[in-house]
Ligand binder design. Structure first.
Ligand code: ATP
Ligand code: MG
Length: 569
């Protein structure tokens, strides 16, 4: 008897494949998952998972569950519909702004649909754990999350409703937290390897979450919205926002003294470089910003751009704004277009510089006089830098901070993110347990996410070809797709071999649809992307089938016996 659950007949499967790409689809995963009948758009950024899509989603979830269980994670399920108060306590009711789906109940009380659950997990542990003996603990859930994304595009890659595995670790010591983090890091490596994803681990900057150590798992793909730098020579990889630059001090003693130059009509770097006949990289650009209202100058080589996002990350929680014309009115020392740090750094403004503006290097920069610039302005001799921060936009070819080789910049999809949160939420909710010394001990936390539905799309992005999807076996909706070319005898053979494979423990999809042309069935089989395709066709009468590898296209004619033996091995 065939294992009915393992053999799915397409004649009884709810599936409608499409010949054409959906009009609004830009990415391969969006097009193919819709065309192959895995998902269907319900409304903007909100998706219905159809039977085959559900199988892939479940397979990803199963791998995630197994590896989370293996590190001692305990599965729970928290509500998605949450009261406002805990998010007010943490400050995120405000911070999340428009990203949060907010609603009211019939009594007028405020609720939200959970975008991530640090607050509620903290409260759960506060309720359940009282002593150091109850810790460490790792809790996880696989749950639907809600974020009112500004641009829900790319199908399930970026949904407004999406599936996430989120886990949280609770420890009493920093070493404990480091251990829980390391366990997650290893579990994530196993998960993404098992799923068959090509991925990189990059150091990240932690945004709204707060906290210190943080790494992202990125799946390189052209459709990705993240950029990251990748060293072609060593293992260095980082989020473009987290790239560090080495400070290489130079010997500043040989430089001539500062010389003032008449440079009429040269308010821009380009006009100045042209006028003096020097490269833009020899000039020092001083961008004035206001940090919590105070003027700060940011010095970078003239050929580089300041990344205001990065600057903001470094200076958070302070707010960073650009200066306006009014900021110059009562400050004659600040000459618009001709600002230089000499004489002013540390006095008129705090001076932040990119590490390329290293001690001992000499620059052409503003002379703090209308129409004048100065040359041989040396760092450490003519002015001091208050803080070195990595604030310039990274460019391809920038040196790798580890080995010096020119970096590449690639696009990727963020599939996972791990954070050492520390005590931010434990402080907000006063999460203490009784310590070994009998005194209350503040708990320290980590939070760890995997985009489960996004991983399905990321896999589609990385593995598809021009014919369609091409799943790795672990996540594929079936192991074998048996196509009955059309005649009664062929269908009989297809069903028989399907049953045999099912008995052997394989998950089988049999295309036994009547009235569908063989050509359409073959095209659908390629589109659906099951790893092995078996065709009961021309030589069905002799008990011979064709076995084809979906990925490589290699095909072979085998007897039913041979095929069953080969595929169940
Ligand atoms: P992104 O930068 O892509 O918006 P994020 O950094 O805000 O993501 P996290 O808060 O770190 O996301 O969430 C954990 C994981 O959930 C992410 O690594 C990602 O894989 C997934 N994820 C986040 N937002 C979405 C979304 N809108 N649709 C699908 N998956 C998502
Ligand atoms: Mg993230």
């Amino acid at each position: 008897m065939a294992n009915a659950a393992q053999v799915q007949r397409m004649s009884r499967l709810m599936i409608k494949t499409l010949r054409d790409d959906p009009a609004d689809a830009e990415t391969a995963s969006h097009k193919l998952l819709v065309r192959a009948g895995y998902v269907r758009r319900s409304s903007a950024g909100i998706w219905t998972w159809l039977p085959l899509g559900m199988k892939v989603l479940e397979n990803v979830s199963r791998v995630v569950r197994e590896e989370m269980d293996a590190i001692g994670g305990q599965e729970v399920l928290l509500p998605a519909l949450l009261p406002k108060e805990p998010y007010e306590t943490s400050g995120r009711w405000e911070e999340y702004g428009d990203l949060l789906f907010r609603l009211k109940d019939r009594k007028g009380a405020d609720y939200l649909l959970g975008p991530t659950h640090e607050e509620i997990f903290t409260l759960t542990v506060k309720d359940q754990c009282t002593s150091y003996k109850d810790l460490p603990v790792i809790l996880y859930q696989i749950q639907i999350k809600y974020r009112d994304e500004a641009r829900p595009r790319s199908g399930v890659l970026r949904g407004r409703e999406f599936h996430m595995k989120d886990s949280y670790s609770f420890d009493t010591t920093d070493e404990g937290l480091a251990q829980s983090y390391a366990l997650h890091r290893e579990a994530y490596q196993k998960i993404f390897e098992r799923l068959g994803l090509d991925y990189r681990i990059v150091s990240a900057v932690s945004g709204a979450m707060g906290g210190s150590a943080s790494e992202e798992f990125l799946a390189p793909a052209a459709a990705g919205e993240d950029t990251f730098v990748d060293c072609p020579a060593c293992d260095y990889a980082a989020n473009t926002e987290a790239v560090t630059v080495k400070v290489e001090p130079a010997d500043g003693s040989a430089h001539a003294p500062v010389e003032e130059l008449d440079t009429p009509d040269t308010p821009t770097i380009e006009s100045l470089a042209e006028f003096l006949g020097v490269p833009a990289s020899a000039t020092l650009k001083n961008l004035l910003v206001k940090v919590d209202g105070e003027i700060v100058a940011v010095g970078v080589p003239g050929d580089r751009e300041v990344d205001l996002g990065k600057l903001g990350e470094h200076l958070a929680p302070a707010t960073v704004e650009l200066v306006t014309a009014e900021d110059f009115t009562d400050r004659p020392e600040l000459v618009r277009g001709y600002v230089g740090p000499q004489g002013l750094a540390g006095k008129a403004f705090r001076y932040i510089a990119d590490p390329r503006v290293a001690p001992g290097t000499a620059w052409v920069t503003g002379a703090n006089k209308e129409g004048k610039h100065a040359r041989n302005v040396v760092v450490g001799r003519d002015f001091e830098v208050d803080d070195y921060l990595d604030v310039v936009v990274v460019e391809p070819g920038d040196p790798c901070p580890k080995c010096g080789t020119g970096l590449k910049i690639d696009r990727a999809i963020e599939i996972g993110h791990i954070f050492q949160l520390g005590r931010k939420y434990a402080d907000a909710f006063e999460l203490d347990v009784l310590g070994q010394n009998g005194k209350p001990t503040r708990v320290t936390m980590g939070s760890y996410g995997i985009g489960v539905s996004r991983a399905v799309a990321a896999l589609a992005e990385q593995t598809h070809d021009e014919k369609g999807l091409c799943w790795p076996r672990e996540v594929a909706p079936a192991d074998v797709h048996v196509v009955a070319a059309g005649k009664a005898q062929q269908t009989e053979l297809a069903l028989a071999i399907g049953d045999r494979l099912g008995d052997a423990g394989l998950r089988v999809l049999v295309d036994d649809r009547a009235g569908v042309s063989p050509g359409v069935k073959f095209t659908d089989a390629e589109l659906l992307g099951v790893p092995t395709i078996v065709v009961a066709g021309r030589r069905a009468g002799e008990g011979v089938v064709e076995v084809k590898d979906r990925r490589t296209g290699e095909r072979e004619e085998l007897t039913v016996e041979e095929a069953v033996a080969r595929l169940s091995a």
